[in-house]
Design a protein around this ligand. Structure first.
Ligand code: AFP
Length: 334
């Protein structure tokens, strides 16, 4: 490959379409990418550098933290806090929003991230990832919680890096979705998957079947019909996949279609859903819609939800347009 496009070139060329752009966003993205390259290095070295296993602590949501949850959170914060591009940050690992110390300049963006999505997969050597969402903020202010709690439709950029057999970055700034592969030899992300589009039809679904008895009727009906295959009303066989790393399940759907469901359930009234809106559902919904798919709770478009908390959880149903459309119809007729 000789005529390759680096991520930096791609972003700068995109930025030229906006003559008033200051270049700050390009610099911010560079800092996020540097953090993700550092994380890729740690994930790849694994037990050689002693980073696997539990940290023996819990995060704000009562989940057991892996050593790498803490390390990757610190990498993200350290790479972003000094830059002058941010007014504040929020992380899955920290209860409150992260403010920029007075000795650093403040910028006009907010970043929210899950530094290591799928971390329960890290010790079994499966793909994990980093998810991020960027919002614009009024310049020069000390952001309050309300500044962070914007609807997903207001995101200026969303992306994720998947640390799998290759390290890949998937990115949208609202002009489609592009995929970049990290060339480890030169340390650059190269554009390898331009204009990713999700096929509208699919016969593959992803759901944690062990929760089946807790689902509501529309999801019960949809999955039941898939499982009946050729003999049922759908008249075709379906395949099932569940990696339990959101990044990996989403990457598969972006490349070959499919539908992903982490629906509302009645297992624990205090926790009717699992995935977090600000740094899981919203960035993935932005990416999925930009790639031609749909993303809903079953009853409402994810990107239209007014969030009420940084760590708020929402039901998530997303993927190939026609299949998600069918699930929405089942909710409407229930
Ligand atoms: P962890 O980061 O705690 O492993 O959670 C991963 C996750 O938030 C998301 O990446 C998966 O899609 C989902 O949870 C898997 O949930 P189950 O373990 O309940 O199947």
């Amino acid at each position: 490959m000789t005529n390759t496009v680096t991520l930096t070139r791609f972003i700068i060329e995109q930025q030229r379409e906006w003559p008033d752009a200051s270049g700050t966003f390009t610099l911010l993205l560079n800092n996020i990418v540097t953090a993700c390259k550092q994380i890729a290095h740690k994930v790849n070295r694994g037990q050689l550098i002693g980073v696997l296993g539990s940290a023996g602590s819990e995060n704000v949501q009562g989940e057991v933290q892996k050593k790498l949850d803490i390390i990757t959170h610190e990498i993200m914060v350290n790479q972003l806090i000094w830059t002058g591009h941010l007014a504040g940050m929020a992380s899955e690992e920290i209860d409150d929003v992260i403010t920029i110390p007075a000795h650093y300049p403040k910028g006009k963006y907010l970043v929210m991230f899950d530094p290591l999505d799928g971390s329960s997969n890290i010790d079994v050597n499966l793909a994990v990832g980093t998810i991020f969402s960027v919002l614009r903020c009024r310049e020069g202010i000390e952001p309050t919680l309300d500044d962070f709690l914007a609807k997903g439709s207001e995101q200026v950029c969303a992306g994720f890096v998947i640390y799998g057999p290759s390290t890949m970055l998937v990115l949208t700034t609202g002009q489609g979705v592009n995929g970049f592969t990290l060339d480890q030899d030169i340390g650059e992300f190269m554009l390898t998957h331009p204009n990713m589009r999700i096929p509208e039809e699919t016969s593959e679904f992803a759901i944690n079947m062990s929760n089946q008895r807790f689902w509501e009727p529309p999801v019960q009906r949809y999955i039941e019909e898939c499982v009946q295959g050729k003999e049922g009303v759908r008249g075709k066989d379906f395949n099932m996949r569940w990696v339990a790393s959101f990044v990996a399940d989403i990457y598969r759907i972006l490349t070959r279609g499919g539908v992903f469901l982490y629906p509302i359930d009645n297992r624990d009234p205090k926790k009717p859903a699992k995935l977090r809106i600000m740094y899981e559902a919203n960035p993935m919904a932005f990416i999925i819609e930009q790639a031609g798919g749909l993303c809903t709770t079953g009853c409402e478009r994810i990107l239209d939800i007014q969030p009420s908390g940084i760590h708020q959880r929402v039901p998530v149903i997303l993927g190939s347009k026609n299949e998600v459309g069918r699930i929405i119809a089942y909710h409407q007729s229930a």
